[in-house]
Design a protein around this ligand. Sequence first.
Ligand SMILES: Nc1nc2c(ncn2[C@@H]2O[C@H](COP(=O)(O)OP(=O)(O)O)[C@@H](O)[C@H]2O)c(=O)[nH]1
Ligand SMILES: [Mg+2]
Length: 131
Amino acid sequence: MERTFVIVKPDGVERGLIGEVISRYERKGLKIAECKILHADTATLEKHYVEHREKPFYEELISYMMRGNILAMVVEGNNAIKLVRNINGKTNPLEAESGTIRGDYANTMTENIVHSSDSPEAAEREISIWF
Ligand SMILES: Nc1nc2c(ncn2[C@@H]2O[C@H](COP(=O)(O)OP(=O)(O)O)[C@@H](O)[C@H]2O)c(=O)[nH]1
Ligand SMILES: [Mg+2]
């Protein structure tokens, strides 16, 4: 059993896609283990996105993530980390395939509905930041 950390980002919450996102994970046999709505603060986001702090899109990313409420959750199940990444789709909307969340709903690099951990180490680190 594996646990991964997921965020429905402000655009996903604004567009009423929480149910859509969760139902895609549940249909794949994954379970929502923890879940909360919150408005993220700068300190938490800086910890969460530490790997991107030198990137040109960093400031835009942080302000977008603070634009409104987010849904933070822990999703668990067999191979949860890779399965959730597959369900979410690629970061670049031009590469995200139809049938993935980003492929179906995102059309910019920044606003792409969902975040999920990319490795077991990241999942453990991110869950400890947010829960
Ligand atoms: N504007 C812009 N935003 C980006 C870019 N790359 C990543 N992002 C944003 O930063 C988040 C984190 O990037 P990354 O960890 O590489 O992608 P993810 O793991 O697929 O979410 C992405 O989900 C996007 O919201 C980029 O090249 N340009
Ligand atoms: Mg990432």
